[in-house]
Design a protein around this ligand. Structure first.
Ligand code: FAD
Length: 390
């Protein structure tokens, strides 16, 4: 009997609840990753993010190999065919439990639900764990039992419900007994590649940990005063690593707490300001689940759904290319196009410029960002655009 761990946007072996729990059962463990190029196209996922995910998967495969856990890979044309393919693999490997981390995008939740339903009919157990957040969506609600739609009360609730073990991390699993199941090769890139992404965003848990350690050591204390100046190297640039799960939010909080002598500070310090941003990240995940219309192209506030946008195609193209004639906007868009990353302040400025100055529908900008960002994330990107357009 075998335990299957389905890796999604959580490409690490440290602090991986699903992997640790599966290993604790004392049976052979097999890992799985699914690749679906058509879905990446539907999501408008950027080559930069796909490159980081694929290179992260390669690093994960090696790390798992050291634990004698083979990584199986399913390539599917579309998400609809994945549940059947996963089930066939389970039957071939005599799997009894499928462990995975939740994702909160609408189509990801639908996929996990379909896998669970199909597994049930074959008496297979699926176990989902909340990995991307400290408080699972639905666990923080207003007095009227609604999801929060405003950040500040959400943040208060986030701190109020925080327990001292909230950022406790799982160690990497010890090596398992060897099995005769072999790992699959990582498929060749299924997206346009560019060598600069490999240099700018080296993949692997070690690279993520090194960047985290350097940021905490050199920049955390000044984060509050430097984070809003794009010309300074004042933010962590860890968003791509958090996004594909080479790093977890608990590992970030643990690093802050170690730096601060064992506690999480309030927002009056540099470290407190950084926690604040991690809470924003979590807030938008709750919004995605609580207000699912936002992931289906609808505005958070319905009354803005019928705004008459100007949508000049030439002006939109100039904005995309960084040719508006406004130096700050053009520099920011050039940074995005060349590196896949943009400073938060510039994301706000370019987004507001598009929808409030050029009067172009924010959804076009949202999609363009996704097609370029190495940290493209439906929750944060949609939340950022809706916030800028409101
Ligand atoms: C229009 C717009 C689009 C955005 N699109 C994305 C996106 O696709 N993916 C993404 O990760 N972030 C997005 N953000 C949020 C933010 O700009 C980036 O997370 C941040 O710039 C990443 O840089 P950093 O890692 O140096 O952040 P730091 O300042 O070091 O912050 C630490 C972490 O907190 C999280 N974070 C920081 N600010 C925010 C925020 N405002 N909202 C949500 N999470 C935050 C990120 O995970 C980040 O890595 C967007 C913001 C706007 C205004």
């Amino acid at each position: 009997m075998t335990q299957l761990v389905w890796f999604r946007s959580d490409l690490r072996i440290h602090d991986h609840a699903a992997l640790s729990r599966a290993c604790q059962r004392g049976e052979p463990v097999v890992a799985l990753a699914c690749i679906c190029p058509n879905q990446s196209q539907v999501d408008g996922e950027s080559p930069a993010r796909q490159s980081l995910w694929r290179r992260g998967l390669t690093a994960l495969r090696s790390n798992l190999e050291r634990c004698h856990i083979p990584l199986k890979i399913i390539v599917a044309d579309e998400y609809a065919s994945l549940p059947d393919k996963i089930l066939s693999l389970c039957e071939a490997l005599d799997v009894t439990h499928i462990h995975f981390h939740h994702r909160y995008e609408w189509h990801e939740r639908r996929l996990a639900h379909a896998v669970k339903k199909l597994a049930q009919t074959h008496e297979l157990l699926t176990i989902g764990y909340h990995d991307q957040v400290i408080h699972p969506p639905g666990s923080l609600t207003t007095l009227r039992d609604d999801y929060y739609s405003v950040f500040t009360p959400f943040k208060r609730a986030w701190y109020r419900e925080l327990t001292p073990d909230a950022w406790q991390t799982w160690p990497a699993p010890a090596p398992q007994s060897k099995t005769d199941i072999t790992a699959d090769p990582i498929p060749d890139p299924w997206f346009p590649t560019a060598a600069r992404y490999d240099e700018l965003w080296p993949a692997g848990e070690d690279a993520a940990q090194q960047r985290l350690a350097e940021f905490v050591e050199d920049h955390l204390d000044d984060y509050g005063s430097e984070r809003d100046f794009p010309a300074l190297d004042g933010t962590s640039q860890l968003s791509p690593y958090l996004n594909v799960g080479l790093l977890s939010v608990r590992q970030c909080l643990e690093a802050i707490s170690l730096h601060q002598g064992g506690h999480l500070p309030d927002t009056k310090t540099g470290a407190g300001s950084w926690v604040n941003e991690l809470i924003w990240r979590e807030f938008y995940r709750h919004v995605l689940v609580g207000f699912p219309q936002v992931s289906q192209g609808e505005p958070f506030k319905q009354r803005y759904g019928t705004l008459p946008w100007r949508n000049d195609p030439d002006e939109f193209q100039r904005w995309c290319d960084g040719r508006t004639g406004y130096p700050l906007i053009d520099a920011a868009m050039t940074q995005l196009n060349q590196t896949g990353w943009m400073h938060n302040r510039l994301r706000m400025v370019t987004a507001m410029f598009l929808c409030k100055h050029l009067l172009i529908d924010w959804r076009l900008g949202e999609r363009y960002f996704m097609s370029r960002l190495v940290d493209g994330d439906q929750a944060a990107n949609n939340g950022g655009w809706q916030w800028c357009a409101s």
